[in-house]
Design a protein around this ligand. Structure first.
Ligand code: HEM
Ligand code: HEM
Length: 134
């Protein structure tokens, strides 16, 4: 069970890294002109924080696992840990892993609340998420 979540987490890490690379190379459409400055700032920093969590969660878990004799079994393929068995380092990094999990849950709840609020208030933000380039 723990190893299935490690394997899936590593796959997600690769997908998020690919998505972030694409996102950095492609500008999204401009904000709607009616959107206040503070909301643009909150959206930008909120999205950055979501990306930070999506990277930090699997990274901290992966590095932590390498400071434990258990290492990682990637879909059954045992990857030998590249670090020594240091329980204090392992515990610290799992602490980071746990803290980002809580922060991530709070951000997702806030993000969904913000998206719902914009929908109620008629802003056509969801239509910004489409396949065609602006
Ligand atoms: C997006 C990806 C991930 C999410 C959402 C996630 C989530 C979690 C959660 C909720 C826990 C329980 C925390 C606790 O024990 O209190 C946990 C524990 C852990 N995760 Fe992850 N994880 C992810 C990726 C990874 C990856 C990629 C690895 C390693 C390659 C990893 C290694 C661990 C380890 C070693 C623990 C501690 C298990 C223990 O209690 O001994 N995680 N993870
Ligand atoms: C009910 C669920 C959700 C809804 C309705 C929703 C809605 C949206 C909308 C409308 C945007 C576009 C904002 C803009 O105009 O630029 C957006 C962006 C974003 N969402 Fe969500 N979202 C949901 C769940 C999530 C979850 C679970 C995550 C994280 C795991 C997430 C991560 C992001 C990120 C990182 C962006 C910024 C994208 C970028 O600019 O690259 N969203 N979301």
């Amino acid at each position: 069970m723990i190893n299935l979540h490690k394997s899936l987490g590593l796959v997600l890490l690769a997908l998020v890294a690919a998505r972030l690379g694409w996102r950095l190379a492609h500008r999204p459409p401009p904000w709607p002109p009616a959107m206040p400055r503070w909301q643009r700032g909150a959206a930008e920093w909120g999205h950055r924080a979501l990306y930070a969590c999506m990277l930090l969660m699997p990274l901290s878990g992966y590095v932590a696992s390498n400071f434990s004799r258990h290492g990682v079994k990637f879909f059954g393929l045992a990857l030998a840990p590249w670090g020594p068995d240091l329980p204090a380092v392992y515990r610290f990094l799992v602490g980071v892993h746990d803290a980002t999990a809580v922060l991530f849950a709070v951000l997702i709840a806030g993000h969904i609340a913000a998206a719902a609020w914009h929908r109620r208030h008629g802003a056509a933000l969801a239509s910004r998420m489409n396949w065609s380039s602006p």
